[in-house]
Ligand binder design. Structure first.
Ligand SMILES: O=P(O)(O)O[C@H]1O[C@H](CO)[C@@H](O)[C@H]1O
Ligand SMILES: Nc1nc2[nH]cnc2c(=O)[nH]1
Length: 293
């Protein structure tokens, strides 16, 4: 990967092209939908047929996963007639990657012909009405690292991907959110379905109580350490986006609360809901090109 050019972007258009060409030469799949699997959700790919798997380390320019619960494989396959690609593991700022590296796969998907991106993640509930195990359709987000100058679109804008000043007021497709709600209710998930605002923090530590209270005042319903960079870059290059966040823990808002969050527990809750999320995602993929535009 090149290091010249903008100090905040380490990937050139040639880097994106090289990786895209490599993948197009190694698979006959031409995916229309990409699924970015959050912590512990690699098995979202299990619903696909005709699978072909590449390890991130074997794909030119691809970062590698360094976090437990992120397998580090790109899986191509089909669901019904839709060709799709699953990222089993995504990348985070806290791993030491630049946001250009974190979002690298999104632009590869765009160049491969993907039209829709489904992003999944684990998050902690800030909204006190939420419960562990809830599925939250992401309605909107707050890019906290972006406010502090950590933004994936910093540096010269490449018009081949999108405009200098992308509109983000409709980052998460209304049609796809409606479809996800419909599918969840058909699958009997309405009792633990929410729609809310996700906030990204850089991590890797979980929130202090004062920070959690601040996020609540800001209007956040849940908090995590991913997704926002990928969604921003996907929206910039004209991809349709749906985000699903699984609530894995209640964030402490109260100094008297004894429970302490840890990553193993996060993975355990993800495992508990992985099967239902897999059914939701499989159904979404088979219906998203028919029911929405
Ligand atoms: O957002 P994903 O990677 O799904 O996972 C969330 O859970 C991990 C912390 O337990 C962090 O990576 C956080 O972002
Ligand atoms: N920042 C943050 N990320 C999470 N990922 C899963 N749970 C949490 C949480 O409580 N806080």
């Amino acid at each position: 990967m090149h290091t010249k050019g903008s100090p905040s972007c380490c990937c050139s258009f040639e880097d994106y092209n090289l990786t895209t060409e490599w993948l197009l030469n190694h698979t006959s799949q031409r995916p229309k939908v990409a699924v970015i699997c959050g912590s512990g959700l690699g098995l979202l790919a299990d619903g696909a047929a005709n699978k072909q798997t590449f390890r991130y380390q074997d794909i030119p320019n691809f970062p590698v996963s360094t976090v437990a619960g992120h397998e580090g494989c790109l899986v191509f396959g089909t669901i019904e007639d839709t060709s799709c690609v699953f990222m089993q593991g995504h990348f985070h700022l806290y791993e030491g990657y630049s946001l250009c590296q974190v979002t690298f796969p999104v632009r590869i998907f765009k160049l491969m012909g993907v039209e829709t991106v489904l992003v999944t993640n684990a998050s902690g509930a800030i909204c006190p009405d939420y419960k562990v195990g809830d599925i939250m359709i992401i309605k909107d987000h707050i890019n906290l690292p972006g406010f502090a100058g950590q933004h994936p679109l910093f540096g010269p804008n490449d018009e081949r991907f999108g405009t200098r000043f992308p509109c983000m007021s409709d980052a998460y497709s209304k049609d796809l959110r409606r479809l996800a709600g419909q599918i969840c209710s058909e699958l009997g998930c309405s009792g633990f379905l929410r729609e809310g605002v996700y906030c990204m923090v850089s991590g890797p530590n979980f929130e202090t109580i004062a920070e959690a209270r601040m996020l609540q005042v800001l209007g956040c319903d849940s908090v995590g350490m991913s997704t926002v960079p990928e969604v921003t870059v996907a929206k910039h290059c004209g991809l349709r986006v749906l985000g699903l966040s699984l609530i894995t823990n209640m964030v402490s808002l109260d100094y008297s609360r004894e429970e302490k969050v840890n990553h193993d527990e996060v993975l355990q809750i993800m495992k508990m809901r992985a099967e239902v999320l897999q059914r939701v995602v499989t159904e979404l993929i088979s219906r998203c090109s028919i029911n929405t535009h």
